[in-house]
Design a binder for this molecule. Structure first.
Ligand code: SF4
Length: 400
């Protein structure tokens, strides 16, 4: 008989064993060939840093972003010559093109004369409701979606006065008002962002918005600054949003070259298990108990796994303290001891190998795992390498 505990163990017994919240249900919005919202994968977006009218420079940067895995790209359109470059740019890139407009509604109208796939405006700085309506009508006529981008740095005075400062409810009310204006025009092809450079404000703003609306959201921590801190700050802000099931497109805003934004976005989606596209490698930090050359093994394994789009959890731990336990919960695992490794697959120890053969052994087990899971990995509607669940118990539920 178990001794009574002074803690409320009943709470644990009633708690949900499977962690993870489902995705917030949002409307689907089509951006060129990419559908976001609903149960579609969270799309990774970036923005060029070139002058948009510099067609060659802009296309070169977009190609570099595409190469890195970028799925939606945004270009700024501050001048007529930038709008004039949009057609040329669109015809030479492979991913949907979004025009980004601030201040001048005429630039928005001009950009919409070109074959862009979406328009992003900040209604708070576009010059009033009538101008916003004109842009909405033209987007509607063109059958194009729009991102309504509310930003803490440019919130309208009336909401700052009503709430005191650009706080989460002020930003959400601003977004909802523009949505209602657009809806009154019969327009619902809307994506919303409510960005702040303050992590706490951003998290609460997205949570509040998700309670009130089913429009898909573009998420990011704006003006995050210079890496590596900017990546950590973005992860700190986006993780709670993503873990709440919120977010349909994502951008990591890094000072400088936008290409590293893509890997950072995919890493945050991977770590929050919202979009698992590559093997999740569990490796210990090592300590004085280390029984193998773990750094060498992990470096070799990373090289061998490079390019594999498999949602598989592989655990490689340096000794028997946590090694067998982690290995059992992973899809494939190694627990090292005395210069050799115990290999686990699907929770069972399958064999022992000498240290020099650990990587080969793991790769052989991975091939077996792929064969066993071929049906699950080929689930219709999922992108290659995306499947529900990670680890032996397929925890937690991964959506998109
Ligand atoms: S698994 Fe073993 S070697 Fe690795 S950090 Fe833990 S105790 Fe140290």
């Amino acid at each position: 008989m178990t001794a009574a505990s002074r803690f409320n163990i009943g709470l644990l017994e009633a708690a949900q064993k499977v962690p993870g919240k489902p995705r917030h249900k949002t409307r689907e919005v089509k951006i060129g060939g990419v559908v976001i919202g609903g149960s579609n994968p969270i799309a990774v977006q970036s923005m060029t840093t070139t002058d948009t009218f510099d067609v060659e420079g802009t296309i070169k940067q977009i190609h570099a972003l595409e190469e890195a895995g970028c799925e939606l790209v945004r270009v700024t359109v501050p001048k007529p010559e930038d709008a004039g470059a949009l057609t040329q740019i669109k015809t030479r890139i492979g991913i949907p093109l979004i025009c980004d407009i601030h201040f001048d509604y005429k630039m928005a109208l001009a950009a919409l004369d070109h074959p862009v796939d979406k328009i992003r405006i900040n209604p708070g700085n576009i010059g009033g409701m009538d101008r916003f309506r004109q842009v909405v009508r033209k987007a509607k006529d063109r059958g194009l979606p729009m991102r309504i981008g509310v930003n803490a740095g440019s919130l309208e005075r009336e909401f700052n006065e009503k709430y005191g400062f650009p706080c989460p409810p002020a930003m959400v009310e601003s977004a909802l008002r523009y949505i209602e204006i657009a809806e009154a025009e019969g327009y619902r092809d809307i994506v919303v962002s409510i960005k702040s450079s303050d992590v706490l404000v951003a998290v609460e703003a997205y949570r509040l918005f998700a309670q009130l609306a089913d429009y898909p959201t573009h998420i990011g921590i704006t003006e995050a600054g210079k890496p590596p801190y900017a990546v950590t700050k973005s992860a700190a802000g986006l993780a709670p949003i993503l873990l709440d099931g919120i977010g349909d497109t994502i951008r990591i805003s890094l000072l400088g070259d936008p290409v590293p934004e893509i890997a950072a976005a995919f890493d945050i989606l991977q770590a929050t298990q919202r979009r698992v596209r590559r093997p999740e490698l569990i490796a210990c930090p090592t300590c004085g108990r280390l029984a193998i050359d773990l750094e060498k093994i992990i470096a070799e394994l990373e090289g061998r796994l490079n390019g594999k789009r498999l949602p598989v959890k592989i655990s490689v731990l340096g000794c028997v303290v946590n090694g067998p336990g982690e290995a059992r919960e992973a899809d494939i695992g190694i627990a090292a001891g005395n210069g050799q490794g115990m290999i686990f697959r699907n929770g069972e120890m399958v064999r022992r190998v000498p240290e020099a053969e650990i990587v080969d052994g793991l790769m052989e087990e991975l091939a077996r795992w792929e064969t066993e899971n071929a049906g699950r990995l080929a689930t219709p509607g999922r992108q290659p390498g995306e499947a529900e669940g990670l680890g032996r118990r397929k925890l937690p539920v991964v959506a998109g």
